[in-house]
Write a protein that binds this ligand. Structure first.
Ligand SMILES: [Zn+2]
Length: 325
């Protein structure tokens, strides 16, 4: 879908609001204050557009109440357009470009992008979701390089102040990523148990902690990166490495600098993009991963809108009040 087609479908604010109501309240209108499913529209000249009153708690709400769009001053079309740009880009959009494209300030664009990333959280599904035949697991340490100092060789990866990320990914399937303190068994095990199906075959690097974790799973193989071994036939964790390199490229190419405080949401974005592809056969009989249609991605994004509040903090920055966290 092109921007022109999107605009044709959503020509004004009324259409944008109707679209949001249709997608966010897919299973019926729900009161964001108490979760009640019964409410009525408030009509009249003084009522804001799209205002409802809950029959349970008698409080009023609209489709943007208690979502990242809560009491926004931007037109809904600007939000939808920003979402369109974000899900349609292959590596992400920086707030500077977003500001230029939408005609808003960089500060407003920065908040807007983070609000959209908040909805990109695919981890809220608590049951094990990564499963199937083979699941690759890998750790990644992401952060800035220390300044060059003569005669000093800086450490790489773990052992630095960089943020640890645990990546669990199905081959030709979905990914879950979590922030970790370090690569100890205590840090890794709960995430693997939460996200990975017990019937999966694990492939990892030589970190001995995985051998202990894998005892509860269908099987385990590992490659020894220390011995320069990266693949042994089907045994490799190149899929996880490929996702890691996307994180690295997003950092270098688009965002330049990721703060530890907000890194979680940048990872959401990379994982969201990864999870919204599906395998298709190309002309030569090879399986390649293609992005899902934009409209499907928008629906999936807005599915996570309710009860995720992103407000401006009193001293600047963001205040996240998500019920999901
Ligand atoms: Zn209510």
């Amino acid at each position: 879908m092109t921007i022109n087609e999107l605009r044709k479908n959503l020509p004004d604010e009324k259409a944008c609001r109707a679209y949001l109501e249709q997608v966010i309240w897919k299973q019926g209108r729900v009161c964001p204050h108490c979760g009640c499913l019964e409410s009525w529209a408030i009509k009249g000249r003084s009522a804001r557009p799209g205002l409802y009153e809950c029959s349970g708690c008698r409080r009023q709400f609209t489709v943007t109440t208690k979502t990242p769009m809560h009491s926004t001053k931007l037109p809904l079309w600007t939000w939808i357009l920003a979402m369109y740009y974000m899900v349609n880009s292959s590596k992400g959009v920086s707030s500077v470009y977003m500001a230029r494209w939408l005609g808003i300030t960089q500060k407003a664009a920065w908040k807007l992008c983070h609000a959209i990333r908040e909805m990109m959280d695919t981890n809220h599904d608590k049951s094990p979701a990564v499963g199937g035949v083979v699941v690759e697991i890998d750790e990644k340490f992401l952060g800035g390089k220390p300044r060059k100092k003569k005669g000093v060789v800086h450490k790489r990866g773990k052992g630095t102040k960089k943020q640890g990320i645990l990546v669990m990914v199905e081959r030709q399937g979905i990914v879950r990523a979590e922030l970790i303190e370090n690569d100890s068994i205590e840090a890794i095990k709960p995430h693997v148990e939460r996200h990975v199906d017990k019937h999966s075959y694990l492939m990892t690097d030589q970190n001995p902690n995985y051998r202990s974790i894998a005892k509860d799973f269908a099987g385990h193989s590992y490659v020894n990166h220390g011995n320069e071994e990266f693949a042994r036939g089907e045994v490799h964790n190149n899929t996880a490495e490929s996702l890691n390199s996307q994180l690295e490229r997003a950092k270098f190419g688009v965002f330049h600098w990721l703060s530890k405080r907000h890194m979680w949401r940048y990872i959401n974005e990379v994982a969201f993009r990864w999870n919204h592809r599906h395998p298709v056969q190309d002309g030569k009989g090879k399986t390649v991963m293609k992005f899902l249609p934009v409209i499907e991605q928008l629906a999936s994004l807005l599915n996570c809108a309710i009860w995720r509040l992103v407000r401006r903090g009193l001293s600047g920055g963001l205040r996240i009040c998500s019920n999901y966290v």
